[in-house]
Every structure is written in C-alpha cells, then in structure tokens.
Design a protein. Sequence first.
Length: 251
Amino acid sequence: MLSDEELLRYSRQILLKQVDIDGQLRLKQSRVLIVGLGGLGSPVALYLAAAGVGELHLADFDTLDLSNLQRQIAHDGSSLGLHKVDSAMARLEALNPHVRLVPYRSGLDADSLAAAVDQVDLVLDCTDNFGIREAVNAACVKARKPLVSGAAIRLEGQLSVFDPRVATSPCYHCLYGHGSEAELTCSEAGVLGPLVGMVGSLQALEALKLLVGFGEPLIGRLLLVDAMTGRFRELRVRRDPQCAVCGCANG
C-alpha cells in the first residue's frame, strides 16, 4: 500500500495512465542495482530515488575528488575524500527517506557481483571501465536480469537495454566483444557534464519503463547522442548466436 504522504509525493507520475497506482506500487516493490555513482550514476540514482523505487543497491569503490564535481551531481564539495557510496547515500536519504539503500563500498568480484545481481530486479551499468561492464553483463545474463547500459565520453553518448528474458535481445558482449572498446576514460579524454546527465537521465527513464512495464524499452536498439549537433541516431543491434556470453543463455 501507499501512504498518504507517498500518494502526494508521487502524485504527478501517478496521474500518468502508464503508471497509475499499480505502477507506483511496482516501483515501491522493486530493487535496483546501480554500478557506478559518478557522472551517469548520479542522475540515475537521484531520479530513481525521487520516483519511489523501493530499494537501491549502490556499488562504487571510489572516493570523491574535486575533478568529479563538474559532472557528478549527487555529490558536493562537503563530501570530498568520502566514498562515493556514502556521499550519494546522504544525498538520496535527504531526497527521499522512503527508499531503502544498500551500499557496496568495495570492488565486486565474480561471486559477490553474482550475489548482488541475484538480489535485484534490474541493473544499471554506469561505469567507465570495460572489464567491469563485461563482468556486469555476464552476471546479468546468467541471472536473467535486465541491464540498462549507458556510456559518455568527450561529446558523444550511447545507451541500450540488454534483457536476457527476451529471446531476441543481444547482450553487451554481442555488441562490443572482447576488448573492442578502447580503454579510454573521462580523465583521459574529457567529457561535458550535461552530456552524462542526459545519458544518465535516459538510463533512469529506461529503468522506470522496465520496472513499471510501459512503453518500448531500448532492447535491440542502440541510441547514439551527438552533443555537438544535438542529434540522436538509433542503430538496430542483433543478438549474436555465437556470442560467448549469451549464445546459449536464451536457448
């Protein structure tokens, strides 16, 4: 059930026929894992907490430094030197005390990552590390949990949804393969703050669509964002039947 306070807090989205009371209850009962609490993970965490997702599992082993504040909007100058998980938790608790927060402050190995994915309904990849992305994808495929993946660097962003519950859905590995993505980070190549905010917000939107069950998620589609021109492009992405990660997972 939703309390009177919750009905008022979420009233603007409850008014949407795509959400309504039933959708809001589904959000309250949902558990989500956010891997990475930087430029992408900040808007993801803020919007999902504000929307009333019942439980957010927050994973990040890094601490906050001054260069992060240009784009990582869940944090502020008072949190410099703190674990990003602790900084984000303070902000999220202030934003919505109804949301339960589960912290992961250290790096997740294969076993702990699998256990973390098993506990949730959906995972959001908000990292900038190819190895972590591959590991998160493999865990999601094995557990048959949907993965919302976003990336942004320089003035370009991309977003897709990989859902192993859908027989035709590719996985992250189908798209990128082993090591096909250059190990380039924002600290090396730079990135514009509003771009990661845009991609992270779109990730949160895709997560809400999946959790509530409305609209057309970006399954089998890769959305490309060009901040230079303000243009969006969409590419169709097919599942690779020979994929080493998901080739046998969906039968």
